[in-house]
Design a protein around this ligand. Structure first.
Ligand code: NDP
Length: 340
């Protein structure tokens, strides 16, 4: 069973050598009466939160993401086929998405974060992103936390990524004015010409983020979907409108820092009556069927589109995962372990 193993806890930016590609002999039997299933893993998702799991246990984040165990395979969201089952709800041949090991085959106990895949007329890989955890993040963050209204102005950072590209498209469908930031001109082009954002800018080429936001939002921002934190958040705070909402989804610019950057303009939340709220996607998994009801028709009609960055082979996993922290991925980063 080929696997990707964490060598040791990581500090700073992760390196490919922090992950070991290994071929291990492991017991792949389903113990009788155990409710477990044996899975063949088809696609694996690369997600920024996995970096948090590579760090030494920290009481401030442990409740959110338990650390990986050095010497053991890392794990994350994946799409898999059931090979053998001791679970009454799963039978051989079923497809599911949920947490699995970064390995060819996994024996897992399907939990509440594990979903059977019932719609296969769309690409199966979408369940690593658009129709999986990232899609649910965009959906719950945008509708539940941002409380959007038609005509409002929306800013999305890391906008071409797994979550951002869907947030922008949902906001456009709602009738909002939408601007995204991304880290390359290729990504900016995608935002404007593929996902239908009204405006987009390359934050790496802007000398002054505050000026870039003022240019795109002369009258200010109603909603900020926060994916990056740091300097971008500071600049956004200067440009929020009265009663604006900030959905704090992620802060990828902070994940590899040993000490987090401060936020200088936080006091503006008082005077502008801003609602700044963090959220965790798994709190909304009970709404997964509502999400599918909304999004599947849009995908089938071509009203929502999705760009994936596909790495072929489990051995490409470490470089694909680490690439997220250098903006190498164009769209949702996933790994193909097996096609069927
Ligand atoms: P992406 O597909 O957007 O990939 C990460 C992207 O982040 C990179 O491509 C890069 O894009 C950008 N990035 C990397 N480093 C930096 C940096 N230092 N400063 C600014 N941007 C950077 O990832 P996801 O869409 O999967 O995740 C987006 C955010 O959502 C993350 O912060 C993640 O942790 C969070 N998240 C939160 C969840 C929750 O439950 N709250 C659930 C899922 C995700 P670019 O080239 O544009 O810089």
């Amino acid at each position: 069973n080929k696997q990707v193993i964490l060598r040791d806890y990581v500090t700073g930016f992760p390196k490919e050598s922090d992950l070991i590609f290994n071929d291990a002999t492991v017991d792949l039997s389903v113990p009788a009466g155990s409710n477990k299933v044996l899975l063949k893993n088809l696609f694996l998702s690369c997600d920024p939160y996995m970096r948090i799991r590579m760090s030494k246990p920290d009481p401030s984040t442990a409740a959110l993401a338990l650390p990986y165990t050095p010497g053991q395979p890392i794990y994350g969201y994946g799409v898999s086929r059931v090979i053998d089952s001791g679970h009454p709800d799963y039978k051989k041949g079923d497809l599911l998405w949920g947490i699995v090991g970064w390995e060819e085959y996994s024996v897992i106990n399907p939990t509440s974060s594990c979903f059977k895949i019932l719609h296969t007329d769309v690409p199966l890989s979408y369940y690593t992103g658009l129709l999986g955890m990232a899609g649910m993040t965009a959906y719950s963050g945008f509708y539940e936390i941002c409380t959007p209204k038609k005509g409002e102005t929306v800013f999305v950072s890391a906008a071409s990524g797994a979550v951002g590209q869907l947030v922008g498209q949902l906001a456009k469908i709602m009738g909002c004015y939408v601007v995204g930031s991304a880290g390359s001109n290729e990504k900016v082009d995608l935002l404007k010409n593929k996902f239908g954002f009204d405006e987009a800018f390359n934050y790496k080429e802007e000398k002054d983020l505050n000026a870039a936001l003022k240019r795109c939002f002369p009258e200010g921002i109603d909603i900020y979907f926060e994916n990056v934190g740091g300097k971008m958040l500071d600049a956004v705070l200067l440009n929020m409108k009265l009663n604006g909402r900030i959905a704090v989804c992620g802060m990828i610019s902070q994940y590899n820092l040993e000490e987090q950057e401060g936020v200088r303009n936080l006091s503006t939340v008082i005077y502008k009556r801003i609602r700044l709220q963090g959220f965790v996607v798994s709190d909304y998994y009970h709404k997964y069927s509502n999400f599918l009801e909304l999004v599947l028709p849009y995908i089938r009609e071509g009203k929502i589109t999705y760009v994936e960055d596909v790495a072929e082979g489990l051995e490409k996993g470490p470089s694909a995962l680490i690439g997220l922290f250098h903006g190498k991925n164009v769209g949702k980063q996933l790994i193909v372990v097996a096609r069927e």
